[in-house]
Design a binder for this molecule. Structure first.
Ligand SMILES: [Zn+2]
Length: 229
């Protein structure tokens, strides 16, 4: 055990552009720490498919082709955080996306005498992200990422990680043009959030271009944990 950090109660925010390897790092952290991975995308799908009040509200906006307002997204995340067993840690993924959400999160945690311990910002250059994403495939069931085989140029058809092999697909927004667009939006949206956490002194910049294991080592180090080598 590593002394200083109560690893099971860590409250983290995972930050990084699409393609930075957040999902992979989240998976590795989950294997290492007894904390929950709270993905805003998963929460959305859960609320929509269960027809909850928030899910129905979100659907109304989506049906009109409108953006789902912050309050709805914030409500979904705060609901989830509020039902965490006492003292159990979590890592948020895909939230907060703007300073309004970040402030709402801080306030809700403060009411429970809690706070975000660390914001892990995985940084990768845009050129590298475009290269990675246009080669990226994902398991529909477990979200495990795959890439094309460099020799055959083919992506695998079935996931080797799910019990019954989820279907592997490429997202429509993973084409090079779509990626460049997503990155522009990402930078514009998230720069203020990064500043918000940097001012709070809890932002850790992690260079994310190295191999998965190396990045994982840097993540653990930023959390005051040593990598098992
Ligand atoms: Zn899978």
């Amino acid at each position: 055990m590593t002394g200083a950090v109560a690893t099971g109660t860590l409250r983290l925010v995972l930050f990084g552009p699409p393609g930075a390897g957040k999902g992979t790092q989240a998976q590795l952290l989950k294997e290492r720490l007894p904390i929950d991975h709270i993905s805003s995308g998963d929460l959305f799908r859960h609320h929509l498919s269960n027809g909850t009040e928030l899910g129905e509200l979100a659907r109304e906006y989506m049906n009109r082709g409108a953006l789902v307002p912050d309050e709805v997204t914030i409500g979904m995340v705060l609901d989830r955080v509020a039902t965490m067993p006492d003292g159990r840690g979590f890592m948020l993924d895909g939230f907060p996306r703007n300073t309004n959400q970040a402030a709402a999160l801080d306030e809700a945690l403060a009411q429970r005498g809690q706070r975000i311990d660390r914001v892990l910002h995985i940084k990768v250059d845009d050129d590298e992200l475009i290269r990675r994403l246009s080669n990226r495939y994902i398991c529909r069931k477990c979200q495990k990422p795959f890439t094309r085989d460099p020799r055959s140029g083919e992506a695998p058809k079935r996931c080797d990680d799910c019990a019954d092999g989820g279907e592997i697909y490429q997202r429509d927004d993973d084409t090079a043009d779509a990626v460049a667009n997503r990155l522009a939006v990402y930078h514009e949206e998230t720069a203020p959030v990064l500043d918000f956490y940097r001012e709070g002194g809890i932002l850790a910049d992690i260079p994310g271009e190295a191999a998965v294991e190396t990045v994982n080592g840097l993540v653990l180090k930023a959390l005051g944990l040593t990598a098992e080598v």
